[in-house]
Design a protein around this ligand. Structure first.
Ligand code: NAI
Ligand code: MG
Length: 478
């Protein structure tokens, strides 16, 4: 412990949170036909923030019908340059309300304010800005001579780790192409999606162009199964991704799936070590490790293993865990009790299977869901912590001797979302990068995002791309 402690520096911007939220359907806030509401909490202290409507199958049907009507009557008929103005308007509103949205995202999800403020919200706005620019240039995304046509009504189901950003990734390209949307946010993090619905309302989009239905997995399943939905875009667990694929098999419905990952993060002995260690920390501890592309399997060259472990052990002690609204916080709250239980269970399995656990030593807040930044040494390829997605601040460290061994170990996973490589040697970087079976490969950096750059996976990490012209094409008819 250092003697110079930071004073607390909590964010003071107060977001507007209503006591009750209805569903956002056809441009209005409506009571759920299910007549059910559920609590949404702040995972950092377990306080209830609001009551949120639960959308049942009848509500899903109403939202899909409103999206269909908006599609036929207004949105697909609108001149593309006009459509762009609305999408720009959403982008500007997110920017104008960025402070409030950042606080809301942090309160509802548990992530540190510095991340929601500097990453989630600006990147969400950036996606709307980027795709607004495409709306009147869609022909350029097509092969010569082919017409750019929208698909229709899109059902979009997003997870809780980047609630607003995942909504932005999905809604922005859908709207730019002339589709209408029914968005289903995750059960634990509905508030920024509902704030986005307010923004859509204020931006005066034609009623029904964007609908937001809060609910749980059954709500999502009803959206997947609705016969009048033309496309499903899903981000979440591999298990649910597989269920969705089975549910729509043989039907005329487009699908993109962005699922889990167990990314290899490879560090060679000639890597710039200071930067590599920061890259490892960013790769696994960003957003408490609730990141599908997290660098959760660290592969280090054997001769630098001990040095890296020493440096990481020291670095762990400097990470600050606590109130997510504090500007100094590096590790915030785990998103939910269920996720905390899952992390604990997998960490226990790592210890039981013989790996060695190293953790930051700090007191955890008494209320709320917290897990200290951790890593395991002595991990075997066969251990569960080397194979399964932990989705928490827990790194598994393995070793290799040659580039080919690193490649073989990196690809020894059912997943294939991202990978990272650290080496000073350009040719080695390229040699390894082109052999990674992963959708995104970061070289001498990690977790870098830009709306113009496509993101997505291979194998059990799903298919389809989000971002860039590739992400745009997922919302255009073939
Ligand atoms: P999940 O896949 O159950 O939830 C993601 C979204 O899908 C939520 O909006 C949920 O309501 C919805 N959903 C759930 N069941 C559905 C169904 N049958 N049909 C349609 N929609 C459905 O993920 P969960 O249970 O929250 O987390 C479990 C694990 O999944 C995590 O521990 C993590 O390993 C992984 N995960 C991966 C994510 C990623 O970004 N790839 C995001 C969230 C979770
Ligand atoms: Mg689930």
């Amino acid at each position: 412990m250092t003697s110079l402690e930071y004073a607390p520096a909590p964010e003071t911007t107060k977001p507007q949170i209503r006591e009750h939220y209805g569903l956002f359907v056809a441009g209005n806030w409506v009571a759920p036909q299910s007549e059910r509401y559920f609590d949404t909490v702040d995972p950092s202290n377990e306080n209830v923030l609001a009551k949120v409507a639960y959308a049942g199958a009848a509500d899903v049907d109403r939202a899909v019908r409103s999206a269909r009507k908006a599609y036929e009557k207004y949105w697909s008929k609108m001149k593309p340059a006009e459509r762009a103005k609305y999408v720009f308007r959403i982008a500007r509103a997110i920017t104008e309300r960025s402070r409030e949205l950042a606080v809301l995202e942090t309160m509802n999800g548990g992530k540190p304010i510095k991340e929601s403020r500097d990453f989630d919200i600006p990147t969400s706005a950036a996606h709307f800005f980027y795709y607004a620019g495409w709306a009147d240039k869609l022909e350029w995304a097509m092969r010569a001579g082919r017409e750019a046509r929208p698909i229709g009504v899109c059902g979009q189901i997003v997870p809780w780790n980047f609630p607003l950003l995942m909504a932005a990734w999905k809604i922005a390209p859908a709207l730019a192409c002339g589709n209408t949307v029914v968005l289903k946010p995750a059960e634990t993090t509905p508030l920024t999606a509902l704030a986005l619905a307010q923004i859509v309302q204020e931006a005066d989009l034609p009623p029904g162009t964007v609908n937001v239905l809060t609910g749980d997995g059954a709500t999502g399943a009803a959206l997947v199964e609705h016969p009048d939905v033309d496309k499903i875009a899903f981000t979440g667990s591999t298990e649910v991704g597989k269920a969705i694929r089975r549910a729509i098999a043989g039907k005329k419905k487009r699908l993109t799936l962005e699922l889990g990952g167990k990314a290899a993060h490879i560090v060679f002995d000639d890597a710039p070590m200071d930067q590599a260690v920061e890259g490892i920390v960013n790769g696994i501890y960003f957003n408490q490790g609730h990141v599908c592309c997290a660098g959760s399997r660290l592969l280090v060259q054997e001769n630098v293993h001990d040095e890296i472990v020493v440096r990481l052990t020291e670095r762990l002690q400097t990470l600050r865990l606590g109130d997510p609204l504090d500007k100094n916080t590096d590790i915030g709250a785990v998103n939910s009790k269920a996720q905390l239980d899952k992390i604990r269970e997998l960490v226990r399995s790592g210890i039981d299977q013989g790996a060695t656990l190293v953790q930051q030593s700090c007191a955890l807040p008494e209320r709320g869901y917290y897990f200290p930044a951790s890593f395991f040494t002595g991990v075997q390829q066969s251990h569960r912590i080397a194979r399964e997605e932990i989705f928490g601040p827990v790194l598994s460290i393995l070793t290799f001797r040659t580039p080919d061994e690193a490649i073989e170990k990196a690809n020894n996973t059912p997943y294939g979302l991202s990978a990272g490589i650290w080496t000073d040697k350009g040719s080695k970087n390229m040699y390894v990068a082109e052999r990674m079976r992963a959708g995104v490969v970061w070289c001498n950096t990690f977790n870098l995002f830009d709306p113009s750059s496509p993101f997505g996976g291979y194998r059990e990490s799903g298919f389809g791309r989000e971002g860039g012209v590739h992400g745009l094409r997922e919302y255009l008819a073939h």
